[in-house]
Design a protein around this ligand. Structure first.
Ligand code: RTP
Length: 155
Protein backbone atom coordinates (compact mmCIF):
# COMPACT_ATOMS: atom_id res chain seq x y z
CA UNK A 1 0.00 0.00 0.00
CA UNK A 2 2.84 2.31 0.90
CA UNK A 3 4.39 1.91 -2.52
CA UNK A 4 1.39 3.34 -4.32
CA UNK A 5 0.29 5.99 -1.84
CA UNK A 6 3.58 7.84 -1.40
CA UNK A 7 4.43 10.42 -4.01
CA UNK A 8 8.08 9.87 -4.77
CA UNK A 9 10.53 12.57 -5.74
CA UNK A 10 13.38 12.90 -8.20
CA UNK A 11 16.92 13.97 -7.45
CA UNK A 12 19.30 15.11 -10.14
CA UNK A 13 22.67 13.61 -9.20
CA UNK A 14 25.83 14.36 -11.17
CA UNK A 15 29.30 12.90 -10.92
CA UNK A 16 31.53 15.88 -11.61
CA UNK A 17 34.61 15.74 -13.90
CA UNK A 18 37.01 14.85 -11.06
CA UNK A 19 34.86 11.86 -10.11
CA UNK A 20 34.84 10.60 -13.70
CA UNK A 21 38.59 11.15 -14.18
CA UNK A 22 39.36 9.36 -10.91
CA UNK A 23 37.33 6.27 -11.82
CA UNK A 24 34.70 6.68 -9.10
CA UNK A 25 31.65 6.24 -11.35
CA UNK A 26 30.98 2.58 -10.54
CA UNK A 27 31.36 2.99 -6.78
CA UNK A 28 29.06 6.01 -6.70
CA UNK A 29 26.31 4.47 -8.82
CA UNK A 30 26.53 1.34 -6.71
CA UNK A 31 25.80 3.28 -3.51
CA UNK A 32 22.54 4.65 -4.93
CA UNK A 33 21.53 1.27 -6.34
CA UNK A 34 22.18 -0.57 -3.09
CA UNK A 35 20.24 2.04 -1.12
CA UNK A 36 17.24 1.08 -3.26
CA UNK A 37 16.52 4.16 -5.33
CA UNK A 38 15.38 3.77 -8.92
CA UNK A 39 17.54 4.96 -11.80
CA UNK A 40 15.42 6.91 -14.28
CA UNK A 41 18.11 8.62 -16.38
CA UNK A 42 21.83 8.10 -17.03
CA UNK A 43 24.35 9.55 -19.47
CA UNK A 44 27.98 10.53 -19.91
CA UNK A 45 27.99 14.13 -21.06
CA UNK A 46 30.40 16.87 -22.08
CA UNK A 47 28.66 19.90 -20.61
CA UNK A 48 28.21 23.00 -22.78
CA UNK A 49 28.96 26.20 -20.86
CA UNK A 50 25.36 27.44 -21.22
CA UNK A 51 24.04 24.32 -19.48
CA UNK A 52 26.43 24.69 -16.54
CA UNK A 53 25.50 28.37 -16.26
CA UNK A 54 21.78 27.55 -16.20
CA UNK A 55 22.27 24.83 -13.60
CA UNK A 56 24.24 27.13 -11.28
CA UNK A 57 22.38 30.38 -12.09
CA UNK A 58 21.54 31.00 -8.41
CA UNK A 59 25.28 31.20 -7.69
CA UNK A 60 25.99 33.73 -10.44
CA UNK A 61 27.09 36.44 -8.00
CA UNK A 62 29.44 34.17 -6.03
CA UNK A 63 33.17 34.79 -6.44
CA UNK A 64 33.75 31.12 -7.24
CA UNK A 65 31.07 30.99 -9.99
CA UNK A 66 33.41 31.31 -13.02
CA UNK A 67 35.75 28.65 -11.63
CA UNK A 68 32.76 26.42 -10.83
CA UNK A 69 31.41 26.63 -14.39
CA UNK A 70 34.92 25.98 -15.74
CA UNK A 71 35.30 22.95 -13.49
CA UNK A 72 31.97 21.43 -14.53
CA UNK A 73 32.83 21.89 -18.23
CA UNK A 74 36.44 20.67 -17.87
CA UNK A 75 35.63 17.06 -18.80
CA UNK A 76 32.73 14.63 -19.03
CA UNK A 77 30.23 14.33 -16.20
CA UNK A 78 27.81 11.50 -15.44
CA UNK A 79 24.23 12.78 -15.28
CA UNK A 80 21.70 10.74 -13.34
CA UNK A 81 18.14 10.99 -12.14
CA UNK A 82 17.23 8.87 -9.12
CA UNK A 83 13.65 8.49 -8.01
CA UNK A 84 12.14 7.33 -4.76
CA UNK A 85 10.55 8.23 -1.47
CA UNK A 86 12.63 10.94 0.19
CA UNK A 87 15.39 10.59 -2.39
CA UNK A 88 16.37 14.28 -2.33
CA UNK A 89 17.32 14.42 1.35
CA UNK A 90 18.67 10.88 1.35
CA UNK A 91 20.95 11.58 -1.63
CA UNK A 92 22.33 14.62 0.19
CA UNK A 93 23.12 12.34 3.14
CA UNK A 94 24.83 9.78 0.92
CA UNK A 95 26.79 12.61 -0.71
CA UNK A 96 27.87 14.38 2.50
CA UNK A 97 28.53 18.03 3.37
CA UNK A 98 29.50 20.47 0.59
CA UNK A 99 32.96 20.98 2.11
CA UNK A 100 34.54 17.51 1.96
CA UNK A 101 36.69 18.13 5.04
CA UNK A 102 33.41 18.44 6.99
CA UNK A 103 31.78 15.42 5.31
CA UNK A 104 31.39 12.33 7.47
CA UNK A 105 33.42 9.25 6.60
CA UNK A 106 31.09 6.83 4.83
CA UNK A 107 29.64 9.58 2.68
CA UNK A 108 30.82 9.96 -0.92
CA UNK A 109 32.61 13.25 -0.29
CA UNK A 110 33.81 12.08 3.12
CA UNK A 111 35.41 9.05 1.53
CA UNK A 112 36.76 10.58 -1.68
CA UNK A 113 37.32 14.35 -1.51
CA UNK A 114 39.24 17.16 0.19
CA UNK A 115 38.55 20.38 -1.73
CA UNK A 116 35.16 22.14 -1.97
CA UNK A 117 36.07 23.08 -5.54
CA UNK A 118 36.68 19.38 -6.38
CA UNK A 119 33.91 17.72 -4.44
CA UNK A 120 33.15 14.88 -6.87
CA UNK A 121 29.35 14.97 -6.98
CA UNK A 122 26.21 17.10 -7.00
CA UNK A 123 22.75 16.32 -5.64
CA UNK A 124 19.61 18.47 -5.84
CA UNK A 125 18.84 20.41 -2.65
CA UNK A 126 15.01 20.27 -2.92
CA UNK A 127 12.36 18.31 -4.82
CA UNK A 128 11.64 21.49 -6.82
CA UNK A 129 15.27 21.73 -7.86
CA UNK A 130 15.22 18.01 -8.63
CA UNK A 131 12.53 18.73 -11.22
CA UNK A 132 14.24 21.88 -12.47
CA UNK A 133 17.67 20.29 -12.86
CA UNK A 134 16.24 17.13 -14.46
CA UNK A 135 14.64 19.34 -17.09
CA UNK A 136 17.92 21.18 -17.71
CA UNK A 137 20.05 18.04 -18.14
CA UNK A 138 17.56 15.55 -19.61
CA UNK A 139 14.86 17.67 -21.24
CA UNK A 140 11.32 16.37 -21.44
CA UNK A 141 12.07 12.98 -23.06
CA UNK A 142 15.39 11.93 -21.53
CA UNK A 143 14.04 9.69 -18.78
CA UNK A 144 12.99 6.06 -18.99
CA UNK A 145 9.79 4.82 -17.36
CA UNK A 146 10.20 1.27 -16.08
CA UNK A 147 8.81 -0.94 -13.34
CA UNK A 148 11.32 -2.39 -10.89
CA UNK A 149 10.36 -5.99 -10.21
CA UNK A 150 11.94 -5.93 -6.72
CA UNK A 151 9.82 -2.95 -5.64
CA UNK A 152 7.92 -4.89 -2.94
CA UNK A 153 11.20 -5.53 -1.10
CA UNK A 154 12.36 -1.94 -1.16
CA UNK A 155 9.25 0.11 -0.48
P1 RTP B 1 25.90 20.85 -4.23
O1 RTP B 1 24.63 21.41 -4.77
O2 RTP B 1 26.95 20.62 -5.28
O3 RTP B 1 25.72 19.68 -3.32
O4 RTP B 1 26.52 21.97 -3.33
P2 RTP B 1 25.73 22.78 -2.25
O5 RTP B 1 24.33 23.06 -2.67
O6 RTP B 1 25.91 22.07 -0.95
O7 RTP B 1 26.60 24.07 -2.25
P3 RTP B 1 26.47 25.38 -3.13
O8 RTP B 1 26.79 26.51 -2.24
O9 RTP B 1 25.19 25.38 -3.90
O10 RTP B 1 27.68 25.20 -4.12
C1 RTP B 1 27.56 24.45 -5.29
C2 RTP B 1 28.92 23.96 -5.69
O11 RTP B 1 29.79 25.05 -5.88
C3 RTP B 1 31.12 24.68 -5.54
N1 RTP B 1 31.63 25.59 -4.53
N2 RTP B 1 32.84 26.07 -4.55
N3 RTP B 1 34.17 28.28 -2.05
C4 RTP B 1 34.17 27.58 -3.15
O12 RTP B 1 35.13 27.52 -3.89
C5 RTP B 1 32.96 26.85 -3.49
N4 RTP B 1 31.83 26.84 -2.79
C6 RTP B 1 30.98 26.03 -3.46
C7 RTP B 1 31.07 23.26 -5.05
O13 RTP B 1 31.41 22.41 -6.13
C8 RTP B 1 29.63 23.10 -4.64
O14 RTP B 1 29.26 21.74 -4.68
Amino acid sequence: ANAVSVRSEMSYVMIKPDGVQRGLVGDIISRFERKGFQLKGLKLYQTPQAVAEEHYKDLKEKPFYPALVGYICSGPVVCMVWEGKGVVASARKLIGATNPLASEPGTIRGDFAIEVGRNVIHGSDSPENGERETAIWFGSEGLVEWTPTMTPWLK
